[in-house]
Design a protein around this ligand. Structure first.
Ligand SMILES: [Zn+2]
Length: 894
């Protein structure tokens, strides 16, 4: 750790707050492209899909409220053909209908000025059913049991794709009632936001009319139809259902039970009961990798909802609960109250992430929800805790404030990133720990009651929290939501029990970063005493009466979104007090120390010194934090000469923990031990531990003969180790298993294992699978990213992707198209690749990819620099360990 001299710091300099404070919601001042003079109030939409031609025909009538006289109507439409339009029953000539594809607008010129008051617009149109999860899309899948190939339909409208389904005022502040009618085959089940009001047989199928929704934003509509099964229950007045493809609904039992528990928790927390008559959790076998909070009809990628006790792992169960809790929180925060514009997306996502984790932790304390570092097992996952990942991104030059201006559809789509979700979540958690749980809940209840069925800005939430707490929340929040980055607090022991604190911006690979200050809701404790709070509103501050021989820990339980750097005396006292710290604080010390190493504020020896001084434990979150660093360093070193030496050292750090947990599940074992066992097997396997590799191979052989011999929790780990060191015969075995299973979760496990194969010959066999339909459309392209990261053959993966980019991008949605190509570069760690990416972006990518390209460039440069810096530091540390061991071992007796 670098010890910094404290120069003359103006101790009481008032921080200038130049941050513009945001205004509460006002419809007319909300950004957007659509004029605000005309407001839709009720839509009635009728859709007839043609599954063979992958097109649909639609009609709609929209009741309009005209607030001031207009000569034209402007609304959104994209990839729709408008065949007829009329206003108040009068047909418009074809020449009056103008489509602006670039701006995704439909303009209707009116024959005369439209008077203020109520009017009716009617439209007839056709559109297409997409392959990727955008607008209305189709999915092809194997039916459970029979394995027959089937097709079903689903929808995905967030952020700006409802306009691909029907022409509409597709901006979140234009709330309206929506009533959908759809014509589907007789043996299909159709699902939308509201229950079915009536159903009648017609030629070629049946016509299903759904009840009208309450006023809501257009992106929250949903339509799913296919050969589906249902299980259901009730919670008070609410009908709860899990819907899945035929034969799979029973695997939704766990989700159905969890839904009842979560719904009750939120009914109480928000103080407003869930307002719709039903809440559906719908599993779909494609479309996207995550979930979407459509009001009353939430859609999930199948393995995010279905749990098979015979073959699913404990990780899957935890993932399902967290995703459910996140999406159900949105039913209030997002659906009942919606952000006014996409610049406030964090209000939806940061809040749902925080609330979902809070609810998950409440009912499942054993899962260590707040502590675990998210593993990049799933590149499409956005919920859950990954404070560390968000802080890593937020320290770079490519970060952005939580709240940022959004002008275009592409910007709205790229707002869905780690900063929005996880820094938002992290800030809300810090604020709750500062205000207290009860005060925070009262503030949120007040906000909900004041704004239901309406839209808000961040200012509305701060106002409600300020009124309840009497604290200047907007002032504290501004630094965290309106400016990028976060601070590091430097701790220095002074005479007489005084400790000085100074703050500065914390950065990684970011030269000449503009300096910034924050109002930090700080927590600290003299180890063993009650924690205290301090609002650090200045550049520097101090704590008094700290006994000179007692350790002081800042950021209690790691609940704050800042780093801490201790001076030498403070650090020494902390190392001596490790056994008296809770696991939350130990995890926090590990992550802060690793961040200091990344930032070149400390050598890697500081991190390993801490790891070696930690008392032996099998605490999941703590060990995973260590595994994360070892895994990162191992991949960074690649197949260099240092790698083998490092791998032996890393094995020696993990072995004792694995020996303590062993291969076999003990009766009454904590769930976390099962997770830890799996993490350790994967980690030691990646570190080429010969005993682990041999054992995994043996267990895989036994599994082939008798699948029940291998516990579901261990399967992903064992398959990944076997896959990594696979020969062609093993690769073929894994592939056959993947082809055969109809479980999306199991399928993913096998293909993940294939993607890890290191043998270049096998890498070339794995990659072309991304072009087939063996995996669901939404997942198949990530096979290439997975190969790039896991196999160590990043260059082969990139060559393949470049040659097949058009076919790969056809399988991604709006989010994917901007992020996918630059994302593949983030696994490289040499400078020449940065140059290659620059050239590729210039020649082949659109301007909308620019932020992602910048992030990837920063990552490649960071890795290249870090690798150079790390190699000699590691070598010196390991050599010093080895010579210390030699000195302390007894002299051999000849
Ligand atoms: Zn969300």
């Amino acid at each position: 750790m670098r010890i910094l001299l404290l120069f003359l710091v103006a101790e009481f300099a008032i921080m200038s707050s130049a941050l513009a404070s945001e205004k509460p919601f006002s419809f007319k001042d909300t950004p957007g492209k659509l004029p605000k003079e005309v407001v839709p109030t009720d839509y009635s939409v009728r859709i007839i899909p043609d599954i063979d031609k992958l097109t649909f025909a639609g009609t709609e009538t929209v009741k309009l409220n005209v607030r001031s006289r207009v000569r034209q109507l402007v609304l959104n439409a994209l990839e729709l053909k408008i065949e007829a339009a009329s206003i108040d029953g009068k047909e418009l000539p074809a020449s009056a209908i103008k489509i602006d594809e670039k701006n995704e607008l439909l303009a209707l010129a009116l024959p005369s000025e439209l008077a203020t008051g109520d009017h009716t617009l009617a439209l007839r149109f056709t559109g297409k059913i997409n392959e990727q999860g955008q607008g209305l899309f189709y999915m092809r899948y194997q039916e459970q049991g029979s394995g027959a190939r089937k097709t079903m339909l689903g929808s995905q409208f967030e952020a700006t794709d409802a306009r691909r389904f029907f022409p509409c005022w597709d901006e979140p502040a234009f709330r309206a009632r929506f009533q959908l009618t759809a014509v589907v085959p007789k043996n299909w089940l159709a699902v939308s936001n509201m229950p079915i009001e009536s159903e009648k047989k017609i030629a070629g199928g049946k016509e299903v009319l759904f009840a009208a929704t309450p006023p809501m934003s257009s992106y929250l509509n949903v339509f799913v139809a296919g050969e589906l099964d249902v299980i259901e229950s009730r919670s008070g007045p609410t009908q709860l259902r899990v819907i899945a493809t035929k034969g799979k609904a029973e695997m939704g039992r766990y989700a159905l039970e969890a839904t009842a528990q979560i719904l009750q928790y939120y009914n109480n927390y928000f103080g407003v009961a869930y307002p719709l008559p039903k809440l559906d959790q719908i599993a779909i076998p494609g479309g996207f990798g995550g979930a979407m909070e459509n009001w009353g009809g939430i859609t999930y990628y199948e393995s995010k909802l279905l749990f098979d006790p015979k073959s699913s792992s404990a990780e899957t169960k935890q993932d399902i609960y967290e995703v459910l809790a996140h999406e159900i929180a949105h039913q209030w925060f997002g659906d009942l109250v919606t952000m006014a514009w996409w610049d406030n997306l964090w209000l939806n996502e940061g809040f749902a992430s925080w609330m979902g984790s809070k609810c998950t932790a409440h009912f499942n304390p054993q899962w260590e929800v707040w502590l675990r570092r998210e593993f990049p097992r799933d590149p499409t996952r956005r919920v859950g805790i990954a404070k560390e990942a968000a802080m890593e991104g937020d320290a770079r030059s490519t970060t952005h404030p939580i709240q940022q201006p959004v002008a275009t559809e592409a910007e709205a789509n790229s707002a869905f990133d780690d900063i929005t979700y996880k820094k938002g979540q992290s800030f809300l958690r810090m604020l709750e720990s500062f205000l207290g749980e009860d005060v925070s809940r009262e503030g949120i209840r007040r906000y909900m009651a004041a704004h239901m069925y309406s839209n808000t800005t961040t200012a509305d939430l701060w106002n409600a929290l300020s009124e309840i707490s009497g604290k200047p929340i907007a002032e504290i929040a501004a630094g965290w939501t309106e400016q990028p980055g976060f601070p590091i607090v430097r701790v220095k022991r002074k005479q007489g029990g005084n400790v000085s604190l100074t703050q500065e911006r914390f950065t990684v690979n970011f030269k000449n970063a503009p300096p910034l200050d924050w109002k930090i809701p700080l927590t600290y404790a003299v180890v063993g005493r009650t924690p205290m709070t301090l609002l650090m509103a200045w550049k520097s501050d101090s704590i008094h009466d700290v006994p000179p021989d007692r350790a002081l820990k800042l950021n209690v339980n790691g609940a704050g979104n800042y780093r801490v750097e201790y001076d030498k005396p403070s650090w020494k006292l902390l190392l001596g007090a490790l056994k008296n710290l809770g696991v939350e604080d130990r995890v926090n010390l590990l992550s802060d120390t690793w961040a200091l190493v990344q930032a070149n504020r400390a050598p890697i020896s500081l991190f390993f010194e801490l790891v070696e001084k930690l008392p032996a434990s099998t605490e999941l979150a703590e060990r995973e934090q260590i595994i994360h660093v070892l895994d990162f360093v191992n991949r960074l070193l690649g197949s260099s000469s240092e790698q083998e030496k490092f791998q032996r050292y890393a094995q020696s750090l993990l072995r004792p923990t694995f020996d303590a947990v062993g291969w076999e599940t003990e009766p009454n074992e904590q769930a976390a031990i099962g997770n830890l066992r799996a993490s350790l097997i994967t980690a030691l396997g990646n570190l080429n531990d010969p005993k682990i590799v041999a054992n995994c191979r043996e267990r895989f052989k036994a599994f082939l003969a008798n699948p029940e011999s291998l516990a579901p929790d261990l399967r992903p780990a064992v398959f990944s180790v076997v896959g990594r060191y696979a020969d062609e015969a093993t690769w073929n075995e894994l592939h056959q298993l993947g082809l055969k299973t109809t479980s999306i979760e199991e399928k993913q496990n096998y293909y993940d294992a294939l993607a890890g194969a290191m043998d270049p010959k096998l890498v070339k066999k794995t990659l072309p699978i991304a072009l087939t339909d063996e995996l669901p459309t939404s997942r198949t392209v990530f096979l290439v990213s997975r190969v790039a990261r896991e196999s160590g053959q990043t260059d082969i993966a990139w060559d393949f992707a470049r040659a097949n980019m058009k076919a790969l991008l056809a399988k991604t949605d709006a989010l994917g198209a901007n992020t996918y190509p630059p994302g593949l570069f983030t696994f490289f760690s040499d400078d020449s690749r940065a140059e290659e990416l620059r050239t590729y972006a210039k020649n082949s990518l659109t301007a909308a990819s620019a932020p992602e390209v910048a992030k990837a460039l920063n990552e490649v440069q960071f890795r290249a620099e870090f690798k150079k810096r790390l190699a000699p530091q590691l070598s010196a540390w390991i050599d010093s360990k080895n010579s210390a061991e030699r000195r302390s071992s007894p002299v051999p007796d000849h």
